[in-house]
Structures are given as C-alpha cells and as structure tokens.
Write a protein that binds this ligand. Structure first.
Ligand code: NAD
Ligand code: LMR
Length: 344
C-alpha cells in the first residue's frame, strides 16, 4: 500500500516536473501599460493567475509599484514588477523582453460622451506608449484597449511604420468585450448557457461599427426584439457608463475580456492550433472601400495573425448594419491616421 502510494507520488512528481519544464520553456513576459487603472488592476490580477505568464511587468504614471507589490504575493510562479516614470528608463525597463503588451492606459468616458470624445486625450497617450514599444520590443504583440480603439489602433500602426518596425500580424484592437456581451445578452433572451454561446462580432468597437452576427449562430430575432438586442450589444458600454454615473466605464468585464484575448494569443504562441477570436486588425477584407482595419474572426498562431476570416454569410439586416459600420469605421481610421501623421 505504502509502496504503491510512493510509486504514485513519484509518477505525479515526474508529471509535475514535466509540466514545470514545459512552462519554463514557454516563459512569457507580459507588460500592462496603465496597470494601476480601473482595467489595469483586475487585468493584471487575472494575468497573475495565468500559468502561461512567467513575468508580469506593470507600468503606470502612478501607482504601479503598489499594484505590483500587492499582486506579487499571490501564490503563482510568475514574477511581478511595477514601474513608474520617477525613473526615466522605467518604460524601457518594463518593456524589455515583453512578448505581449496590453495598453489600457487612457481616460474613460463619462455619461454623455462618445468614445470619439476621448480621442484628444488618449491619442497622445497611446502614441507615446506605442513609440516606447516600437523602440524597445518591436516584435511584441501589441493589444490596444484604450479608446477610441477604431482610431488608436491606426495611430499605433503609424508609430510603428514611422520607426520602420510595423508588423500587421502583431497589432490587435481588443474587441473581445463586444463578443462577451453579444454572447451573454443572447443567452439572457434564449435561456441558454452563455459559456456555450459564441456570437461573432465584426467591424469595430463603437456604436454602429459593432456588428453582431446572430444568423451565423442559428438565431433569427425579429422586429423590436432584434433591434433591442443589436442596440444593447452596440451600446453595452453606455449601459455601464450610465450605471457608474461618472465614475468611469466597464473595467471588470473588460479585464476579463482582455485576459481572455491574451490567453488566446498565449495558447497560439505556445503551439495550440485553431485558436480563433474576433479582433480588430489591419485587414484586407474592405481595403477596396478604404477601410484598412476591421474586426472579424482571426486565427491566431505563433507569429500573431495567422489567417483573417471573411465575415461569411449575412442576412439582409446584418448586411445593412455592415454598410453603416464601414462608413463610420473609415472616418475613424482616417482620423487616427491623419492625427498620427500630423503629430509624430
Ligand atoms: N476596448 C474596450 O473594449 C474597452 C473597454 C473598457 C474601457 N476601455 C478603455 O480603456 C481605457 C482605460 O479605462 P480605465 O477604466 O482603466 O481608466 P482608468 O482611468 O481607471 O485607468 C487608466 C490608467 O491609465 C493610466 N495612464 C494614463 N496615462 C498614462 C500613460 N501615459 N502611461 C501609463 N499609464 C497612463 C492612469 O494613471 C490610470 O491608472 C479607456 O480609454 C477606456 O475607454 C476600452
Ligand atoms: O464604453 C466605453 O467607453 C468603454 C468600452 O469601450 C466598453 O465597451 O465598455
């Protein structure tokens, strides 16, 4: 009996040792810029719980060392370090060796504002952080959370292009929260398990540019029910902004969505096949209409974007939503590109 238990323990020990060396071989440094904010803190917490992450580098203009000290006590293996600009090289030190950089740094909306109203403040925050990433970790996957995503992704691309290091396969606008909402809201209407709902959402990340494709999941809503569902997905962010009454926008659900997208990238980077997520990327799908970035299902691989899937079959109503989306998106992209060129 004792011998049998000892044998089991030694087998388990070997399995654990193998798992440990596999993790060590897949060591991944992940940086969060804006780590002390409403999204940054829970996002950093979720990344600390992810065994695929070996080093967590947390940067903010204020408060990152405190967040790092707190999170570092959690009993998972990854190391955590906080950086703040009191030392001039802090951002460089944070980004050195990073393979994934998540950027939630920037101001959130208050009631009555659109995401585009954040442009004037957030454009320069994202530009400056993108410059630091382009200089320090040009090969990292850059995940843009800061709004307005439809414009901050093109701004980031322009920064990387100006430095001669742009790799369209490694730049992602995080639209996962739209997918999470679309799946949760249909499950509330249909009394299904939201974990098994996978509603594709295409386009961009604001208002009419958010286009959920229910028909591809086999659903057909009609009339007011359909319109209310679409409106809730397109304006889910406003629901949270209103409810928080001036204290910011979605942070906890966004942290979950950002951590889920980072996990998908890590899985793909570590060799898992067929990892697919909708995300806003440099896309050929509507380039002929001047829409150079677009969110659709994207297969992820070790080098980032592996394959960009077309939107697929749409019903007539989805087609009409897509047309409105493309018009708005084109304007948001041009605004970002124009600003980045004028404000290098
Ligand atoms: N993509 C999405 O689906 C999605 C969802 C929710 C929120 N957002 C956006 O994410 C952004 C952050 O939202 P939040 O609620 O976390 O805001 P927040 O104000 O709570 O946190 C932002 C953090 O960024 C930091 N920061 C500001 N300038 C910085 C700089 N130059 N370098 C480093 N850090 C800097 C701030 O100190 C703060 O800690 C907003 O723009 C918001 O609109 C996007
Ligand atoms: O609505 C916002 O401003 C934040 C975010 O983009 C969201 O969708 O919740």
């Amino acid at each position: 009996m004792f011998a049998a238990r000892q044998a089991t323990q030694s087998v388990l020990g070997a399995a654990q040792r193998r798992a440990f060396s596999a993790t060590a071989a897949n060591a991944t440094r992940v940086a969060v810029l804006g780590a002390a904010g409403g999204i940054g803190q829970p996002l950093s917490l979720l990344l600390k719980l992810n065994p695929r992450v070996s080093e967590l580098a947390l940067y903010d203009i204020k408060g990152a060392p405190g967040v790092a000290a707190d999170i570092s006590h959690i009993n998972t293996k990854s190391t955590v370090k906080g950086y703040e600009p009191s030392s001039p090289d802090a951002i460089k030190e944070c980004l050195t060796g990073a393979e994934i950089v998540l950027i939630p740094a920037g101001v959130p909306r208050k009631p009555g504002m659109t995401r585009d109203d954040l442009f004037n403040t957030n454009a320069s925050i994202v530009r400056d952080l993108a410059k630091a990433a382009a200089e320090t970790c040009p090969d990292a996957a850059i995940l843009i959370i800061a709004n307005p995503v439809n414009s901050t992704v093109p701004i980031t691309a322009e920064v990387f292009k100006a430095k001669g290091v742009y790799n369209p396969k490694k730049l992602f606008g995080v639209t996962t929260l739209d997918v999470v909402r679309a799946s949760r809201f249909i499950s509330q209407l249909k009394n299904t398990d939201p974990a098994t709902e996978h509603i594709t959402v295409v386009g961009g990340h604001s208002g009419a540019t958010i286009v959920p494709l229910l028909s591809q999941a086999g659903y057909k809503l009609e009339g007011a029910e359909r319109d209310e569902y679409i409106k809730r997905v397109q304006f889910g962010g406003d629901e949270v902004v209103q409810a928080k009454g001036g204290a910011g926008s979605a942070t906890l659900s966004m942290a979950m969505a950002g951590a889920r997208f980072a996990e998908s990238l890590l899985k793909a980077a570590q060799g898992e096949k067929s990892v697919t997520e909708p995300t806003y990327v440099d896309s050929p799908l509507y380039k002929d209409q001047g829409v150079t970035y677009f969110a659709s299902q994207v297969e992820l691989g070790p080098n980032g974007v592996e394959k960009i899937h077309p939107v697929g079959d749409l019903d007539a109503h989805e087609q009409s939503l897509l047309e409105v989306c493309l018009k708005d998106l084109k304007a948001n992209i041009e605004k970002g590109e124009k600003w980045a060129k004028a404000n290098p």
